[in-house]
Write a protein that binds this ligand. Structure first.
Ligand code: SAH
Length: 215
């Protein structure tokens, strides 16, 4: 079972205060970060680091996003309880858990089988029940579409049309775009007539979004 001590809670409080100082103001986002035990997604040797504002290797050459990045993308989505959200890049499952803690109905896709399986176990232990799948995020997930919100947590070479198609009118899509080391965070909003608008939200670093499933 998951151990969540007063020490972990104290570290999490400090992280929340740091995120506040860095400009995160959505109280629902901060509350979710305060609730989810980030150390559960890392090896027990890294409990201390789990609550620093840094990205971390989680095996299979992948990373758990920096808490600030998780908070920033989540804030841009303007998550409301009951929103149906699609995530591309389940990875550790941390971002997914933050969305679930906010009351989202979550569908998440991961292209690496090992990570998909591992995230499933931890999210289950936290008591959530999202639709997780092992597949290629470029295709989205037609079965549960359309989505109120879509979040891409790997660096995409472009904005996939399929994801735009799976976004509801009035919906928001947050996606880091760029093929180099650094990506531009792009917020796409779809108005009620179905027209899309793009806004740039600064530079971030993500592992690349790759086509097809890995083993
Ligand atoms: N949201 C994650 C971040 C993980 S890093 C977290 O909170 O930990 C990005 C993840 O995207 C990696 O696990 C990588 O395997 C995955 N990924 C890369 N390309 C993908 C694709 N085409 N479809 C689905 N997942 C992909």
């Amino acid at each position: 079972m998951l151990a969540d001590s007063y020490r972990h809670k104290g570290l999490r409080n400090q992280l929340v205060e740091l995120l506040r100082e860095k400009g995160i103001h959505d109280e629902a986002v901060l509350e979710a970060i305060n609730k989810i035990p980030r150390h559960a997604f890392l090896d027990p040797a890294f409990t201390e680091q789990a609550y620093q504002d840094i990205a971390f290797q989680i095996g299979a050459g992948q990373t758990i996003s920096q808490p600030y990045t998780v908070a920033f993308q989540t804030q841009e989505l303007q998550v409301k309880k009951g929103d149906k959200i699609l995530e591309i890049g389940t990875g550790s499952g941390y971002q997914a858990s933050v969305l679930l803690a906010m009351g989202a109905k979550l569908v998440s896709i991961e292209r690496q089988r090992e990570l998909f399986l591992k995230a499933k176990v931890i999210i289950d232990q936290l008591g959530y029940n999202p639709k997780l799948s092992y597949g290629d995020g470029f295709k989205g997930n037609e079965m549960y579409a359309p989505y109120d919100k879509i979040i891409v947590t790997c660096g995409a070479p472009f904005v996939p049309d399929t994801l735009l198609d799976q976004l509801k009118p009035g919906g928001r899509l947050i996606i880091p775009v760029g093929e180099g080391e650094v990506q531009k965070m792009i917020l796409i909003t779809k108005d009620l007539e179905g027209n899309v608008h793009r806004e740039e939200k600064g530079d971030f670093r993500f592992v690349p979004m790759l086509k097809d499933k890995a083993k």
